[in-house]
Design a protein around this ligand. Sequence first.
Ligand code: FES
Length: 103
Amino acid sequence: MLVCSCNFITEQEIIETIDSLLDEDCWQLIVPAKVYHAMQKRGRCCGCFPNVVDIIIRTTENYHARRHSTDDEIFDFMTRLKQFHEENRRADLERRQKGHRAA
Ligand code: FES
């Protein structure tokens, strides 16, 4: 399934990139820009980023489910990851609203 129409990136390509980033450091916090940078792409309209965040969360959960991470480690990490993305989403929304007011 095509996730990013600007760069023609599929969900499978994103999942594979996230998995390889997690292979390097399974506890790193991954954001869409990091995924796109690893793919040598960049966000253009960034309209796909909310979907990419959902894929990051889902892929990270699946990654740790396949590993020998303890339930406590996974719960703590996923809580931090979701909180991190929620804060980024809120900051992005505020930035966009300010941008509309100024225009
Ligand atoms: S749809 Fe992904 S950058 Fe525009």
